[in-house]
Design a protein around this ligand. Structure first.
Ligand code: ATP
Ligand code: MG
Length: 347
């Protein structure tokens, strides 16, 4: 457990007891270890996590991260000191983010034809536009020019593409590949070639190609037509924020960082950030964390637990009398929501 900063700490602390009790009720024993790695540690000791952080984490089956980010620490510092070392160090090439509009949740697209949302984005998680090529990308030329590179390796691209094809096989058989190959004529064309190659192994999957400008538009205009979407690091980042907001609230979106080989632990976290604007009020929506825990169970092949938790959250959201946090139109606290879910699932 790495609760991190701000409401990351609140949603992690509020949900962990339920995680353990629910697992116990299914005869699964969960042992958690807490790490106070985050921005407070950075402000005191100059690093978000210790030098041997990865060595320590290696021993675990899974990592749950709350959120990192602090008003007094630049975002690129938090990112480069905690999330990136973990996602890169553990080859977590795959970021899987479902967007699902639950019954009983308001969305800007609710009631709109085409506004039913049940899609999953497979975002490349270790390279692409966010690749670090040894600091060279920061070099300016007399302060007049900055160059930023993007890196697409066969390993990193194939991992995400393959995972997306696998998901499409288990879902509706349709995969949308979202790129910008007309403007980024090297990396994205290489990406498209790999999609083409891998598609030969999946003759039953229909592959649709969209440019990211059109794809973003369609995420709002006709999200019901998407099922599995595969995209690069940057585009996946943007598309999943759209996916988050059209399915209710950023506070409800779950995320996973998967190491496909299983050699290293995978990491699960809500999409939302540390949200210092609401920190300390006890009103952070715990749903993003709860759904991330469900995806963790799925990854650990505890499908019963994964389903029970996901469906429990769904039933709670569908019940207009159930407590809900202010971001989705209620007035309940984080603990009210978790307490109510606990009653539903354990009593
Ligand atoms: P980051 O720097 O990672 O973008 P952030 O602190 O800006 O993080 P976001 O996750 O981008 O936070 O969230 C934007 C706003 O949405 C927050 O300021 C907050 O008001 C709201 N929000 C986000 N997550 C939640 C949540 N779990 N519950 C309630 N409101 C949330
Ligand atoms: Mg933000």
């Amino acid at each position: 457990m790495i609760p991190g900063d701000g409401i990351g700490i609140e949603v992690t602390e509020a949900t962990e007891p339920l995680l353990i009790e629910l697992a116990a009720a299914h005869d699964v024993e969960i042992e958690t270890t807490w790490f106070d790695w985050g921005s407070e540690r950075y402000l005191e000791e100059g690093a978000l996590m210790p030098d041997d952080g990865l060595e320590t984490l290696k021993e675990f089956d899974a990592i749950l991260l709350g959120a990192v980010g602090h008003p007094d620490v630049p975002d690129h510092v938090t990112l480069r000191n905690l999330r990136l070392p973990i996602t890169k160090g553990f080859n977590q090439h795959i970021c899987k983010r479902p967007s699902y509009l639950f019954d009983g949740v308001e969305s800007p697209l609710r009631g709109y034809e085409g506004g039913d949302i049940d899609l999953v984005v497979y975002r490349q998680n270790t390279e692409g536009e966010y690749a670090d090529v040894g600091g060279r990308e920061h070099q300016g030329f007399g302060n007049e020019v900055a160059v930023q590179s993007a890196v697409y390796t066969r390993e990193g691209t194939e991992a995400i593409v393959r995972a997306a094809f696998e998901a499409a096989t288990e879902r509706s058989g349709k995969l949308t590949n979202i790129t910008k190959s007309n403007a980024q004529a090297y990396g994205m064309v290489f990406w498209d070639e790999i999609v083409e190659e891998v598609s030969e192994e999946y003759p039953d999957i229909t592959v649709e190609r969209l440019l990211v400008d059109a794809g973003s538009m369609d995420f709002v205009r006709r999200p019901n037509e998407f099922d599995v979407v595969v995209a690069s690091n940057l585009f996946g980042d943007i598309l999943t924020d759209i996916g988050g907001i059209i399915s209710g609230s950023l506070g409800m979106a779950p995320s996973t960082n998967i190491n496909p080989s299983g050699e290293f632990p995978s990491m699960f976290e809500p999409v939302h950030g540390s949200a210092f604007d609401i920190m300390g009020e006890g009103i952070a929506n715990p749903v993003g964390m709860l759904l991330s825990m469900s995806l963790m169970f799925e990854h650990l092949e505890e499908d019963d637990l994964a389903e029970t938790l996901w469906d429990g959250v769904g039933a709670q959201l569908a019940d207009s009398d159930a407590p809900r946090t202010p971001d989705i139109g209620g007035s309940a606290t984080t603990l009210d929501v978790v307490g109510d879910l606990e009653e539903r699932l354990l009593e």
